[in-house]
Design a protein around this ligand. Sequence first.
Ligand code: MG
Length: 351
Amino acid sequence: MSLDFTTWSCPLPLRDYPNVVIGHGGGGKLTAELIHHLFAPAFGDEALRQLGDAAVLALDGVRLAISTDSFVVRPLFFPGGSIGELAVNGTVNDLAMMGARPLYLTAGFIVEEGLPLSQLGAIVERMAAAARAAGVRVVAGDTKVVDKGHGDGVFINTTGVGLIPNGVRIGPDRARPGDCVLINGFIGDHGMAIMSVREGLQFETTIASDTAPLHDLVAAMLDVAPGAIHALRDPTRGGLAAALNEIAVASQVGIQIDERALPVHPDVQAACDLLGMDPIYVANEGKLVAFVAEEAAEAVLARMRAHPLGQGAAMIGRVVAQPAGLVTARTAIGGTRVIPMPLGEQLPRIC
Ligand code: MG
């Protein structure tokens, strides 16, 4: 079979890169370009084009959420977790960001020849524990082994299926002017936990990943005001900055945040200062940003703070009508700066 590229309408090249660069996997502009110009036109599916954390599919009167995620983090073990917890919690959280109750996971393993079985066993044990803690069943799997030197220990893919309760309508395009922007705690912990291991940085306390399943927190928030939670996103690769920019574009609204209101752990701030990074661009694995109708925001915030995964919750900003698609921050000294979408990820292989 020969391929006829003359009929191919994909508007390549993408930013003049003839080949894939590491930033194409960073969750920023480069990833978005791959999705918009290559994947979405090729598959052309209505559900895919919604660009939610999970696809929402109506089926016989119920709405299913389906999401898939691959995990390539290096190192495999780090303070606060391992690739095993990430592989469960990452997919659980993408389902939770649509308001779904996660039910089932599949797990695909691409293992490099030579990986000690003891390490694979430890990772799988941690995955199983994370699945039990999240209340999801791992119901199907796959194992492939690649030659030594053609992998990096192990890569894991998980696909998740969840059920969206009746009456819950959450989507990246549903943030409205006037909405309050809430976050459930300290930002940047996961990225800096990985980075301090890679760079051998020592701090007064060990910076630990925040990896955690967020669906129970989401359910608690929905209990307070089901119709008032308009949009949710887990700020993983690209950090809070990428998540806010995605919602601003999808909802065609402006987002104004107050930098002084951002919860940042002092050790994380110190690590960022050392490495020349901004915590707003650093990955999280147990955080959500919520866009909540103003009249319900205080009650939702109080409920978040009463939950173990929301004790550090804060109101960090507002949704405004203009300029649509733009995220700005009021700085500590009273100025205003634009928070652009990152191009790639400053820390590759973070999840
Ligand atoms: Mg997500």
